[in-house]
Ligand binder design. Sequence first.
Ligand SMILES: [Zn+2]
Length: 200
Amino acid sequence: MKANLEGEKYRQGRIEVVCGSMFSGKTEELIRRIKRATFARQRVVIFKPQIDTRYSEEEVVSHDRNAVMSVPLSTSTEILEYVQNHTTSTEGYDFDVVGIDEAQFFGMDLVEVCNQLANNGVRVIIAGLDMDFQCTPFGPIPALCAVADEVTKVHAICVKCGALAYVSHRLVHDQNQVLIGEQTEYEPLCRECYKKATNK
Ligand SMILES: [Zn+2]
């Protein structure tokens, strides 16, 4: 039985989803959970889709000797390959926690990958946009919410009225679902303000 310094009994693998609009603090919540795990000397890795070119591979969590690198990958099967290639143990994987940021940009096979990790004792923490800028469920996130052990929906604040935001409204005219850009190209809006802004 592995020691767990978080005051919780060692658990089997699990899937946790942190979803919400932009500016809702999803990544911050992912990092908070990852950081807590590194304090407990758990073995941690974070993946993010290669499509997110705003950042290169970088250290996202650092505490003395504990540093967690965020590894950019193109496909979700590469997540499994990375974990397997960095495992020497014959019993399970050499990672306690796998974080996946911006998970909406991975394909639907991410669901199977996360299940396989969790079924092999890994705690999988996923952060991603639940909806795109047109309020359409985004990529594998809805399916991941369905198979998750725990789902946390976080909210930004509507820039128009101060209510809890519902969607990331795109301020530029581009119909592609995937638009990586500066944060100034989006604003968080509540349902009512989104209706007004889009004349729906
Ligand atoms: Zn509003």
